[in-house]
Design a protein around this ligand. Structure first.
Ligand code: NAD
Ligand code: TYD
Length: 340
């Protein structure tokens, strides 16, 4: 199979390319990425010489470029990880989220239609379901939970899901959609909660926890997400949505305290800062469908996964320190100055 992995220089797409080029030497994996602030070729350095791997720089919004690429390459499968992915940035500047996450997806869907791609897989998020109350731990998101978005990011991702499913219903395009909970693991850009807290704690810098730190996220180790996508692409039913999550709910404060404990750093580093506008209270996934239909099971629980993740950040300081030295510093100062 020849698989196009868009956004493969980012966190999850990068992990996907690393795992799958090794698992399937007979498949050809082509990573396409625009290398925005979040894309990083250093993530792919370890696989760049694999014979079944190729990298192409390009933008999913560029229709002429994408059509030309699809005409030349004859992809069997397209897996779209490419997106603007950070909620806080979507609050600062929603426009780019619509351009990439909605219009870019439309370009990919049109190209899949025109060139007869056998499967388009849209990588989506639990955030399309909105949030759950903190006092109802019995409630979980299922595939039937109505779409009810809170941020420009989640609204753009929900739009993409709807468009993808509409191309299936209207044009018969063979699509699947997966909605996963929060990921963590190696190569995670340090603007997101877990790598931000690890990198700042290691430098004895203050740890900005939004509000009271009581919001709950359902954490999944990144390779468990990649394995779920692989199963859906190979065995999932066309036109279906699959939820992915491992029942690992933690408050943000619990996550930060776990990181501090493992690093041997004091809780006095924690600083409560102004809350995120529209901040979703709780996400929690019901993954029964993918478990029963496709036999998916996560390999890591949170305690094992977070230990492995912290070890990776300790052993791969160069990867994230290169990021912290760049335009990231300016981003952090701008974004967090307003939260003081
Ligand atoms: P990321 O921000 O780390 O990576 C996104 C990648 O897309 C980057 O390499 C970037 O350069 C690339 N990109 C952005 N705009 C592009 C464009 N116009 N053309 C081509 N490439 C472009 O994001 P991530 O955390 O790896 O997320 C990947 C996907 O998974 C996203 O669609 C996201 O919505 C979804 N998702 C993420 C999580 C999570 O916890 N991180 C959870 C569920 C779903
Ligand atoms: P994030 O990693 O941005 O993922 P998402 O908002 O998509 O779930 O944030 C995870 C949680 O951590 C979220 O409730 C916001 C909170 N948070 C902080 O408290 N401080 C921070 O500096 C960041 C980046 C996030």
């Amino acid at each position: 199979m020849k698989i196009l992995v868009t956004g493969g220089a980012g966190f999850i797409g990068g992990n996907y390319a690393i795992v799958m080029t090794e698992r399937y030497p007979e498949d050809e994996i082509v990573v396409l990425d625009a290398l925005t602030y979040a894309g990083n070729l250093e993530t792919l350095a370890g696989i760049q010489d694999r014979p079944n791997f190729r990298f192409i720089k390009g933008d999913i919004r560029d229709r002429a470029f994408i059509f030309d690429l699809f005409e030349k390459e004859n992809f069997d499968v397209v897996i779209n990880f490419a997106a603007e992915s950070h909620v806080d940035r979507s609050i600062e500047n929603p426009g780019i989220f619509l351009e990439t996450n909605v219009m870019g997806v439309q370009v990919l869907l049109d190209a899949c239609r025109k060139y007869g791609v056998g499967r388009y897989h849209q990588v989506s998020t639990d955030e399309v379901y909105g949030d759950l109350p903190l006092d109802r731990p019995d409630l979980l998101f299922t595939e039937e939970t109505p779409i009810h978005t809170s941020s420009p990011y989640s609204a753009s991702k929900a739009s993409a899901d709807l468009l993808t499913l509409a191309y299936h219903r209207t044009f018969g395009l063979p699509v699947t959609v997966s909605r996963c909970s929060n990921n963590y693991g190696p190569y995670h850009f340090p603007e997101k909660l877990i790598p931000l807290m690890i990198s700042r704690a290691l430098a004895d810098e203050s740890l900005p926890v939004y509000g009271e730190g009581l919001n709950v996220r359902d954490w999944l180790y990144v390779t468990d997400h990649c394995n779920a996508i692989d199963l859906i692409v190979r065995k999932g039913r066309v036109g279906e949505v699959y939820n992915i999550g491992g029942h690992n709910e933690r408050t943000n404060l619990e996550v930060v305290k776990t990181i501090l404990k493992q690093l041997g750093k004091p809780e006095s580093l924690i600083h409560f800062v102004k809350d995120r506008p529209g901040h979703d209270l709780r996400y929690a996934m019901d993954p029964t469908k993918i478990e029963t239909e496709l036999g998916w099971k996560p390999e890591y629980d949170f305690d094992t996964g977070i230990r492995k993740t912290i070890e990776w950040y300790l052993e791969n300081k160069d990867w994230w320190q290169h990021i912290l030295n760049g335009e990231y510093r300016e981003y952090y100062d701008r974004m967090y100055k307003e939260r003081q």
